[in-house]
Design a protein around this ligand. Structure first.
Ligand code: ATP
Ligand code: MG
Length: 396
């Protein structure tokens, strides 16, 4: 079927989607190359079919998502990709969608930012059953990323992402809250998370940080805007891409992100777990996105007796250990350690609410995070020494 790829109200290109397998089979007329998804154009600015197809398929729920197989079975759909066009490709993280040619649907009438949406897919992903009459598939859950069980809800008129944790400790929602506490103390722009309890489960909830005017572009796509020279590290390349496309203060924002990740031993800051925000109409970049998805941290899947001992050094995306990665920060002067002096109590209050974390584990977590604060303080000292040495003219 032929659709017009739309960016909010801007027609971008006519594309043919093979509905049987939901892939981009052909690109027809291109109307506005400036509005193509970031990172899908080749040298002359024209869209590349493979890259556009990767982007399209990347809008689907990943096959690794918890509960996806059961949900697909319940929906009698063979792959998550086949859910994308059921909601016209609309999402709550960007402003792209597809409009069947000859249709005159407009974004105002169908977008999920300002219109109600079905909770059916989200509920089925959380183990619910298909209601009589069949599921209504007009849902932003069809296009949500990430492996943890999650669904979009509307609470007090606000779009919020509700996310579970992984067995056995289901610690991620609480880790999000700890990350929130650290970032608000250090003045790091972030998405605030709270924890809610629903029956026998704890979930994190955060508001959508995007608006009908803005959208998230992940670092994965930002890094595809320039060709990476062999001699350039991934970190330098990311900064170079930000610079080239007009994302300001990226280096300062990265220092904040790396410091947070060091403190909570985040092991999963992959390239889709940070990015930048732009205006979907003017294409103006508003800056690096507030930090989201920090839950895969704090030894979340390690046995209690390994907390603080093992797995302290696995990092992403620029270096494989936090000890190395933190050295990339341009400055750590923004870290006011006096604001973290009560981190043990803060962590204790947070983990006390957890449904699957017992006292011994909680105590280990509290001690371990305060140890990370000390370690970051030591890193700051050596960081200062190195920066100082760099400033002093070297003599032969
Ligand atoms: N508050 C938010 N507002 C808008 N979009 C969001 C928000 N939080 C997350 N997203 C989008 O949803 C995606 C999935 O969310 P998130 O990264 O929190 O899930 P996850 O399951 O923890 O992911 P991962 O597989 O990286 O562990 C993000 O990559 C981002 O594109
Ligand atoms: Mg994620």
């Amino acid at each position: 079927m032929i659709y017009t790829l739309m960016h909010k109200n801007t027609a971008v290109a006519d594309i043919e989607i093979d509905d049987a397998i939901s892939v981009v089979a052909r690109i027809h007329d291109v109307y506005d190359i400036r509005h193509l998804p970031v990172g899908v154009a080749v040298g002359d600015g024209a869209p590349d079919r493979k890259l556009l197809n990767d982007w399209w398929v990347g809008r689907s729920i990943p096959a690794s998502r918890q509960g996806i197989q059961d949900a697909l079975e319940a929906l009698e759909i063979s792959s998550p990709q086949l859910l994308i066009d059921k909601c016209l490709g609309l999402s709550l993280s960007d402003q792209y969608w597809v409009r069947p040619v000859k249709s005159n649907i407009v974004w105002d009438d169908i977008n999920f930012f300002t219109n109600a949406f079905s909770g059916d897919v989200g509920n089925i992903l959380f183990g619910g059953t298909v209601r009589a009459g069949g599921a209504d598939l007009m849902s932003p859950d069809n296009t949500s990323d990430g492996w943890l069980r999650k669904k979009w809800i509307i609470a007090d008129g606000k779009r919020c992402l509700m996310k579970g944790g992984s067995n056995p400790f289901r610690q991620e929602p609480l880790n999000e809250v700890l990350a929130t506490a650290i970032m608000s103390r250090l003045g790091i722009p972030h998405v605030p998370y709270t924890v809610i309890f629903d029956g026998r489960e704890n979930f994190s909830v955060c508001e959508n940080f995007l608006t009908p005017q803005t959208e998230l572009v992940s670092a994965w796509y930002i890094m595809r805007t320039l060709k990476r020279p062999n001699s350039t590290s991934s970190y330098q390349h990311f900064l170079a891409c930000c610079d080239a496309i007009g994302i300001s203060r990226a280096e300062d924002a990265m220092a904040q992100m790396l410091a947070l990740d060091f403190l909570i031993v985040n092991e999963d800051r992959h390239l889709n777990n940070f990015g930048a925000v732009r205006n979907a109409k003017t294409l103006e970049w508003l800056g690096i996105a507030p930090i989201y998805d920090s839950g895969t941290s704090m030894w979340h899947d390690l046995p209690t007796n390994e907390i603080g001992i093992k797995g302290t050094d696995k990092s992403k995306p620029f270096r494989s250990t936090h000890k190395e990665q933190i050295k990339l920060a341009n400055s750590l002067e923004f870290v006011d350690f006096s604001k973290l002096s009560d981190i043990e109590e803060v962590a204790n209050d947070i983990y006390k609410k957890a449904l699957f974390i017992e006292q011994e584990r909680r105590e280990r977590l509290c001690l371990a995070v305060s140890r990370r604060v000390q370690l970051l303080e030591q890193e700051c000292v050596s960081h200062r020494r190195v920066s100082h040495r760099d400033m002093v003219p070297q003599t032969e």
